[in-house]
Design a binder for this molecule. Structure first.
Ligand code: CA
Length: 718
């Protein structure tokens, strides 16, 4: 068996190297030194001044992911070729948007590694490994990914998967300060990119699938001292935390929560795991809040309240963190409908008589595209951008008009969108010249049903929804093929003024990638199947395509050095979809080796062909167990194993396919891993606390049954 988990780090030197001696293209007046590294302040990141570089996660503070660079345009894009590639040191999901400043590119990869590269040549300047305990991997709902760094005042800031926030010297990669931002005894993770505003580093966290209480924090960029914290749900006693969010809960939040329910022990959720935007005009931070812990409100809070600030867009004062406004996209979330997705600020002619209003836009998981007044949070418009059957629409205040069946009970309700959302973390972009938003949209249904066995577990997911609902005990490959056929992805050019799609491009069942818009009239988007495409921003016509030979899900970025425009994207295979819906691809899994792939006009470089490990796709033992045992195993598999090892025991190729594993062929070896935690160092921790030996063995019986079910059809590793 190829043990991909044990080769997470290979091939790269982690020595902290001295900075390369090449001249940097430091070219703004704000620099105090001509060759400074990441000499960034708030003025430089400002939407008004950023141009040739990519200084923060969303490009500028407005996070439109729109570049004013025009050398790569509709006419020239055909000549776009590979300038350089760089191999990242991990082979898990990659979601990092490259940050480019003063000639240096800063990217991250799985397990929160940080890389500084010469942005012109790809030469490695330094690599920083925060040396995360791999056992933390079990806390990560959606792979041990990282979406990127922030740069400010000579430092590079990274949120580490184990909950640390660290400041690195931008020139050397040495740690300047390191703070633990979470209770590490709880299943918190950090995958999102920090943002820095006026000397404060903003960072949230994830973990709402497992059971945590969410918040956004601000830390002093120089010292690492905490400045403020805004909780997104009350504490179980609904008492003040001594934090800036206290007043909001006293005024409006506490009354939306009952006194009993699983939220009291599970934290309630509401993690701020992605979008954090600085509104320069109103000097406020606008951030997106995630789903409830557990998902199912019936268990979370039987009183049936709206549960503020779950699934909300919240604005707070940038200096103090004091509450300003909120808009709840999904009151009383029941479906993992996070509102953490890309928030974009823009001036749109949607006021009376068509006058410009400064707005915040979001296309969250629940499938509605929202336009809100940025200053007040007032609901301006909201429209479905995908087919849906959980709500009929929105009322005049923007509140969903729910379809009753969507509040699922024991009978599974096949719903769109499912928990992977109508739009997930893949960054959306906005072209301010065309007033079009580009949404990486998807249709991935889910059969929601109440979990009859729900009780909070110490390890793994706590949703209160039954992942085994509707899944047959033994599923032949045809089932996987059918499920695959139900998945759809598309790129939608959404007109927020006309409130309709201008154009859209179907991606088949290929999960989406993030989007980059440019003033060259282009929209760049990768896909997990490896395509990297440039579309005509006005029409959606495909103008250019390059095969990445790996998954292209991250947000691309673009920059200019020495008169040449570069377009760059990080690649790799994994993430939530890769792990949990890995059967999306028929024949080959895209390469899992992470890379940075950078293009320029006239580039003639090649992307090396990946080496695929050979896997012996045969069951390693006879099938055993009666129908009852296998059915029992399928339920425990769905509850405990699906989200990492894949539904129906079909792996995406990121983590071992248990059907072909020698370990699943041997009772003692299986017990050694699942009960005794023999592979905890790889991230596969013990499940002894809540699975009995009989239950663990029933999972093995199910896995082997699935292996044998796959073989007669000649499907091999579906
Ligand atoms: Ca979630």
């Amino acid at each position: 068996m190829a043990n991909w988990q044990s080769t997470l780090i290979a091939g790269a030197s982690f020595a902290i190297l001295a900075a390369c001696g090449q001249a940097k293209t430091a070219d703004t007046e704000t620099l105090s030194e001509p060759e400074a590294f990441a000499a960034v302040d708030t003025n430089r990141i400002s939407t008004a001044s950023a141009a040739d570089e990519w200084l923060t996660y969303g490009g500028t503070y407005d996070e439109q992911r729109h570049s004013s660079l025009i050398d790569v345009n509709k006419e020239t894009v055909a000549d776009l070729g590979v300038a350089w590639t760089y191999d990242l040191a991990t082979n898990r999901g990659v979601e990092s948007t490259p940050i480019v400043v003063d000639g240096v590119m800063y990217v991250t990869s799985a397990w929160s590694l940080v890389y500084a590269l010469d942005a012109k040549t790809g030469e490695e300047l330094w690599v920083y490994d925060p040396d995360v305990d791999r056992a933390v991997g079990v806390k990560a709902c959606c792979d041990v990914v990282n979406r990127g760094v922030a740069v400010y005042d000579g430092k590079v800031f990274v949120g580490v998967i184990d909950g640390r926030l660290e400041a690195l010297d931008a020139e050397t990669g040495e740690v300047v300060w390191s703070k633990v931002t979470v209770d590490q005894s709880k299943p918190y993770t950090i995958t999102g990119a920090p943002r820095v505003v006026n000397g404060k580093v903003l960072i949230g966290n994830g973990g709402a699938e497992l059971g945590v209480r969410g918040y956004l924090s601000a830390y002093d960029a120089n010292t690492g001292d905490k400045v403020w914290r805004f909780y997104t749900v009350p504490n179980p006693e609904k008492q003040p935390d001594g934090e800036i969010s206290d007043a909001a809960f006293e005024d409006i939040g506490n009354v939306t929560w009952g006194d009993e329910g699983a939220w009291v022990t599970d934290g309630g959720g509401g993690t701020v795991w992605d979008s954090i935007v600085y509104d320069e005009v109103n000097d406020q931070i606008i951030f997106g809040v995630g789903n409830g812990s557990p998902w199912n409100r019936e268990f979370r809070d039987p009183s049936g309240g709206d549960n503020l600030f779950l699934s909300s867009i919240v604005a707070v004062d940038a200096e103090t963190g004091a509450y300003k406004w909120h808009f709840q996209t999904t009151p009383g979330d029941n479906w993992d409908y996070t509102a953490t997705q890309t928030i974009i600020l823009a001036d749109l002619p949607v006021g009376e008589d068509g006058e410009a209003r400064r707005v915040a836009m979001q296309a969250p998981k629940n499938g509605f595209f929202y336009v809100l007044d940025a200053e007040s949070g007032e609901f301006i418009s909201g429209d479905a951008f995908v087919p849906m059957n959980w709500a009929e629409g929105l009322d005049e205040n923007g509140r969903p008009i729910e379809i009753a069946d969507a509040r699922y009970g024991a009978v599974p309700y096949e719903q769109l969108p499912g928990p992977l959302g109508a739009h997930n973390w893949h960054p959306m972009a906005f072209n301010p010249d065309l007033n079009l938003a580009y949404i990486p949209a998807q249709e991935i249904p889910q059969a929601y049903a109440r979990d009859p066995r729900f009780e909070t577990q110490p390890v793994g997911w706590n949703t209160g929804a039954d992942f085994s609902a509707g899944v047959p005990p033994i599923a032949p490959p045809e089932v996987a093929k059918f499920l695959r056929s139900t998945l759809k992805g598309r790129l939608i050019a959404w007109d927020p003024i006309a409130r309709e799609a201008r154009w859209s491009v179907e991606h088949g069942n290929a999960w989406n990638g993030g989007v980059l818009s440019t003033a060259g009239g282009l929209v760049f988007q990768g896909k997990l199947n490896g395509d990297f495409v440039a579309y005509d921003a006005e029409t959606g016509d495909k103008l250019w395509n390059h095969e990445l030979k790996s998954g292209g899900a991250s947000g691309p970025s673009t920059y200019m050095i020495d008169g040449e425009q570069y377009v760059t994207i990080t690649t790799g295979w994994g993430s939530a979809f890769g792990l949990s819906a890995g059967f999306a691809y028929d024949e080959t899994v895209p390469s899992t080796v992470g890379k940075v792939v950078t293009f320029k006009l006239g580039g003639t470089g090649e992307i090396a062909d990946p080496d695929f490990p050979m896997i012996d796709k045969t069951p390693k033992a006879d099938s055993f167990g009666d129908e009852t045992m296998i059915a029992e195993g399928s339920v425990h598999y769905a509850r405990n194993c699906t989200v990492c090892h894949g539904p129906l025991a079909v792996s995406s190729g990121v983590l071992p396919d248990l059907r072909w594993s020698a370990i699943s062929g041997n009772e003692m070896a299986w017990k050694g891993v699942v009960i005794d935690g023999n592979l905890a160092a790889n991230g596969m921790v013990s499940f002894a606390d809540h699975l009995t030996p009989d239950q663990v063995e029933s999972i093995r019986a199910y896995v082997l049954a699935q292996a044998h079910a796959a073989v007669p059809a000649g499907s091999g590793g579906e």
